[in-house]
Ligand binder design. Structure first.
Ligand code: BTN
Length: 258
């Protein structure tokens, strides 16, 4: 069923995100549509929402399985941001969305570095959602970004996936879920714009399920432990001899075993 734009506007408490809305029952990729709207000059906050995708895009060039019953949303942002700080947009989105979804659903949702929304169930991590940021650069300057958010709601999910809809303590529907995602994202976006990356990094780390996790990194003997992230989204790893190293996002994967 096509998401109800009227319901969505009733639930929305945002100032800019979601004020312009495009709803689809099925679309190839909400990120693709949003990037096209970005190119055509759509205003900041323009949002694309669908309940199914035929070519959903995941991170690292993977597909995002997007069967009917999920929530697939993309929102256009137009921050002025140096190119080396682009990854901050994913951190801003991850922090804002996990915080808002946890509050509204009553479920302890956490972040698995760098861009997964997860829950821990019977000692196993389950993925309830993911974030894919795509950007456009013109003349060496960021002209805009699309934050794509996929939430496993009532859709069939792959092995590591979990349906949030089966766990939520609050009766949500796709439009309320979308409004919750947009409110959380807008709140952290405004905080980041007003107070800089430090506020977001601290918040992100509070939800980071990988804190304290042992990891091995090339060039170091022995295990290190994850102690946080830096402003570019890299993992900070501390070794027993007191040295630290950084692991860049998508330079490695932490896997789904706990
Ligand atoms: C990940 O791999 O974890 C990120 C997945 C992001 C999927 C969302 S669904 C809505 C938006 N449209 C897409 O094609 N991808 C993103």
């Amino acid at each position: 069923m096509i998401p109800d734009a009227h319901d969505l506007h009733l639930y929305l408490k945002t100032q800019i995100l979601g004020r312009q809305f495009h709803c689809f029952e099925t679309v190839d990729s909400t990120n693709r549509v949003a990037l096209e709207l970005l190119r055509d000059g759509a205003i900041e906050g323009t949002t694309v929402l669908a309940t199914a995708q035929t070519s959903g895009r995941g991170s690292s060039g993977r597909d995002w399985q997007s069967a009917p019953g999920g929530m697939y949303l993309s929102v256009i942002l137009r921050p002025s941001l140096a190119l080396e700080n682009i990854y901050q947009l994913t951190l801003v989105a991850a922090y804002g969305i996990v915080r808002s979804l946890s509050r509204v659903s009553g479920i302890d949702i956490r972040l698995k570095w760098p861009n997964d929304l997860v829950i821990q169930q019977a000692g196993k991590l389950g993925k309830v959602g993911g974030i894919l940021t795509e950007t456009r650069i013109q003349g060496g300057v960021l002209s805009g970004a699309v934050i794509g958010v996929g939430i496993n709601w009532q859709n069939p999910v792959p092995d590591v996936g979990v349906r949030l809809g089966s766990l939520s303590r609050t009766p949500l529907d796709v439009t309320l879920l979308a409004a919750t995602v947009l409110s959380g994202l807008e709140e952290s976006y405004f905080t980041w714009q007003a107070r800089g990356p430090a506020s977001i990094i601290n918040g992100y780390e509070r939800y980071l399920i990988n804190l304290g996790q042992p990891v091995r990194t090339p060039g170091h003997d022995g295990e290190g432990h994850i102690i946080g992230i830096d402003a570019q989204g890299a993992l900070r790893v501390l070794f027993l001899d007191g040295t630290q190293t950084l692991l860049a996002p998508h330079g490695c994967s932490l896997g789904y075993r706990t």
